[in-house]
Design a protein around this ligand. Structure first.
Ligand code: PNS
Length: 163
């Protein structure tokens, strides 16, 4: 049984992430979505909110589990017997960062492999940060994120603008 982890910030999860999740869930026996608890950086959504949104949008995928983790990713992999790290590559601009991260993780734990999925062309320009920016100016994000996520982003923006 091969368990893989798809780690990330997911602030918030996008249609591009969901595309990778669905495809990776079809390849591995079990896929863990690992949301980084980033203590040093305050996110738009809390870790708990991000986990809850991913839980909702992956409900139909029975071999997917959503967790949060802190510390080194490879330590989490070791503790949970995860053999593969999944990452998506949208464009050449992602490559340097992803290669460095994969090589760093390999140095830290040689037993864990990183496998890259090429993002589907229709999602190659989507990022969580651009979603937040579009929404902050009142733009329409409905084509880029699942509907549940669109509602949560819009609610949060509204509360921010009111306070
Ligand atoms: O979605 P992101 O922000 O590009 O994801 C980055 C993430 C969470 C995969 C990466 O920052 C990570 O694995 N952090 C945990 C700490 C760690 O293991 N660092 C060493 C690898 S560079």
């Amino acid at each position: 049984m091969t368990t893989a982890i798809y780690p990330g910030s997911f602030d918030p999860v996008t249609c591009g992430h969901l595309d990778i999740i669905r495809r990776a869930a079809g390849v591995f026996d079990k896929l863990i979505i690992g949301v980084l608890k980033n203590q040093s950086k305050k996110g738009f959504f809390t870790t708990e909110e991000r986990v809850a949104m991913i839980d909702e949008v992956t409900r139909e995928l029975k071999n997917v589990e959503v967790v949060s983790f802190d510390g080194l990713l490879v330590d989490y992999c070791e503790a949970k017997d995860v053999k593969v790290i999944v990452r998506g590559i949208r464009a050449v601009s992602d490559f340097e960062y992803e290669l460095t991260m994969a090589q760093t993780n390999k140095q830290l734990n040689g037993k864990v492999e990183t496998l890259f999925f090429a993002t589907s062309a229709e999602y190659s320009f989507i990022s969580s940060s651009s979603i937040r920016e579009i929404a902050s100016f009142g733009g329409d994000i409905s084509r880029f994120v699942p509907d549940i996520v669109r509602c949560r982003v819009e609610e949060k923006m509204k509360h921010r603008n009111e306070s």
